[in-house]
Design a protein around this ligand. Structure first.
Ligand code: FVH
Length: 297
């Protein structure tokens, strides 16, 4: 924090929710020179913030009235709707930013509710953990009302990079969910490796080193897969077809079982490859499994 940052208030921001993430956000906004008003269901969590210079609002309505920008960082969609709906009148003329994790359709539903009440609503997704807030690497995504984004942008940029994804309020959440899906599948892959290697006494720490080295080499292949999916390129040197990949995945499943380890996380890929082989697509690139992802066709 610089002396300049603390010199004068840049406006008042109300924060609803003082969990780990809400608290990190209030801390960062306060040290960036914003006046902050905090509300939390469990009022005791406001105490350290009041000591540090925030104002405490006893009700959501009070917080909504006080802020130029009102940021919700609650648990889930239900808690957001429970607390925003009764204060629609107080939120008029404010920029409402919802940083609570919700699904794309939940985000769209809250945006539709906000539009019905004439509110400026921005839906956000936080690609950061609480300690990362305000530090390099912290990235936040926004979608919904672009004018609301323009008004709040300076304040939001104190939390991390602020990218506007589009007017469809579900877009930030969709990207968040897509990236988290990739993350959990990657981490689950490590768990599979660690579970297999510990059957012969190898510590997870050692397997972690091997997995990090191996995946670091392979992660650029994602770009090749993308080129194939987008119909731009299918480099033969990088191509593996279904006929090759299917027995390879079957071997992973067999090896896991031989070691007394579950193959549950590998089975779905094998199932999709089996379906491609059964429908005469043995010579297709194995990443054609993406064609089987849509469920509404
Ligand atoms: N923490 C993280 O790493 C992730 C990073 C990515 C984004 N998430 C999302 O951020 C939302 C808040 O997460 P959090 O880490 O602050 O979560 P908690 O520390 O568990 O705090 C939850 C706050 O929500 C309040 N709350 C819960 N239920 C209700 C309710 N029915 N009505 C009002 N408030 C409610 C809770 O209040 P209290 O228990 O202290 O009274 C906390 O303030 C979340 O969407 C993450 O997915 C964080």
């Amino acid at each position: 924090m610089t002396a300049k940052e603390t010199a004068m208030s840049k406006g008042t921001i109300s924060i609803l929710g003082l969990g780990a993430m809400g608290s990190a956000i209030v801390d960062r906004l306060r040290e960036s020179g914003y006046d902050t008003v905090v509300w939390n269901r469990t009022a005791a969590k406001a105490e350290p913030h009041v000591k540090a210079g925030s104002e405490h609002a006893a009700t959501v309505a009070e917080a909504a009235r006080a802020g130029d920008i009102v940021i919700a960082v609650l648990l889930d969609h239900a808690s957001v709707r429970e607390h925003l709906e009764p204060v629609a009148t107080e939120l008029k003329g404010k920029v409402v930013v919802n940083l609570t994790t919700t699904t794309p359709n939940e985000s769209r539903a809250t945006a539709a509710w906000a539009a019905e009440h004439g509110l400026s609503y921005l839906d956000g997704a936080i690609m950061a953990t609480p300690p990362m807030i305000g530090r390099p690497g912290s990235s936040l995504l926004y979608s919904g009302d672009e004018n609301a984004f323009a008004i709040a942008k300076l304040a939001l940029e104190t939390l991390g990079t602020a990218d506007f994804e589009g007017a469809d309020a579900g877009l930030a959440s969709l990207k968040d969910m897509a990236l988290l899906s990739a993350m959990y599948q990657m981490f689950t892959g490590f768990l599979q490796a660690a579970a297999m290697m510990r059957t012969v006494g190898v510590a997870a720490g050692r397997t972690a080193e091997d997995v990090i080295a191996w995946l670091s080499e392979l992660i650029p292949h994602v770009g090749h897969f993308a080129a194939v999916i987008d119909g731009e390129d299918d480099d033969p040197a990088l191509r593996q077809d279904v006929a090759f990949t299917r027995p390879a995945i079957a071997s992973l499943i067999t090896a896991a079982r031989e070691q007394g380890v579950s193959s549950d996380f590998l089975e779905p890929l094998k199932k999709h490859l089996d379906e491609l082989a059964a429908t005469g697509r043995g010579d297709a690139n194995w990443i054609s499994v993406i064609d089987q992802f849509p469920i509404n066709e």
